[in-house]
Design a protein around this ligand. Structure first.
Ligand SMILES: C[S@@+](CC[C@H](N)C(=O)[O-])C[C@H]1O[C@@H](n2cnc3c(N)ncnc32)[C@H](O)[C@@H]1O
Length: 254
């Protein structure tokens, strides 16, 4: 249960009302740094340097993980960035609208958004939704976003298995990146942000059902991101594109 795992941490950052409201929304305790030595929860949310951050015990002393709204290293900074690389190939040249049904830290959504796709996001973890809403709010404040009159992707909270079935206009593509059980040693695993997500939320054991619903709801294709050593989620894909330690499997609708 989230109540045993997570608390909101108030570290004396001015008015504590927003902290209390966040704790109430999530139904978790509000802790004060004064009690830091006997905190029982393994995870915390707190605003640090103007960003909502997720912390574990290792990150408590400094840092924290936030939804990163900056372009990746080497990515073109003007909008839209060129539609290049394995993900763009998997999305296909004619794709305009994408629903990211497993938004997580929003890194794939934001990458697609910066390449000019029209992206909508779904996330079921209320903790990740809070972090995403904070990140998307910061994105909307960026000069370049305002200059180009752009808005951050729309974010829906809930289980995509239910929400995808209610879409009135099928998106060209539904994008899935559920959590697969790790096969590699932890040291060879992904970034800290993905390790903490797994520790907090566990594996997505209903991903087969999610795939089936996505295939029904998509206009033209479903793209599944998976570790390169994982079995394809929907059986043999129509095509596959490989990235570093990962694969994008494409399922075209017939
Ligand atoms: C591996 S992470 C996604 C990472 C993401 N692609 C990124 O770039 O940050 C998987 C996320 O999908 C969410 N998720 C999995 N199944 C879902 C479902 N059926 N409905 C909504 N969200 C789901 C999980 O809560 C988790 O946050």
């Amino acid at each position: 249960m989230l109540t045993d795992k997570l608390a909101v941490l108030y570290e004396g950052q001015g008015d504590s009302l927003a902290f209390q409201q966040l704790a109430d929304r999530l139904g978790v305790p509000l802790r004060n740094t004064v009690q830091a030595d006997n905190l029982s929860e393994p995870f915390f949310l707190s605003w640090r340097n103007g960003c909502l951050k997720l912390l574990d015990r290792e990150l408590l002393r400094k840092g924290g993980l936030t939804v990163d709204i900056d372009p990746r290293n080497g990515e073109q900074r003007s909008w839209p960035a060129p539609k290049q690389g394995a993900l763009a190939q998997a999305l296909g040249r004619k794709t305009k609208t994408v629903v990211d049904a497993t938004t997580g830290w929003g890194q794939d959504s934001l990458f697609m958004f910066r390449m000019g796709y029209q992206v909508s996001c779904i996330e079921r973890s209320p903790v990740m939704v809070e972090l995403l809403a904070d990140g998307f709010h910061r994105l909307n404040q960026q000069d370049w976003m305002q200059r180009l009159q752009l808005s951050a992707p729309q974010l829906s909270t809930g289980n995509a298995i239910d929400l995808l079935a209610t879409l009135t206009t099928p998106p060209d593509c539904i994008y899935l990146d559920p959590m697969f059980p790790p096969k590699r040693k932890k040291s060879a695993l992904a970034k800290k942000s993905m390790v903490i997500l797994r520790d907090l939320l566990g594996d997505d054991t209903d991903k087969d059902q999610l795939f089936n619903v996505a295939l029904q709801a998509a206009g033209k294709r479903v793209v599944v991101k998976s570790p390169d050593d994982a079995e394809p989620l929907g059986g043999k894909p129509s095509e596959s594109f490989s990235g570093k330690l990962l694969r994008y499997d494409v399922y075209l609708k017939v």
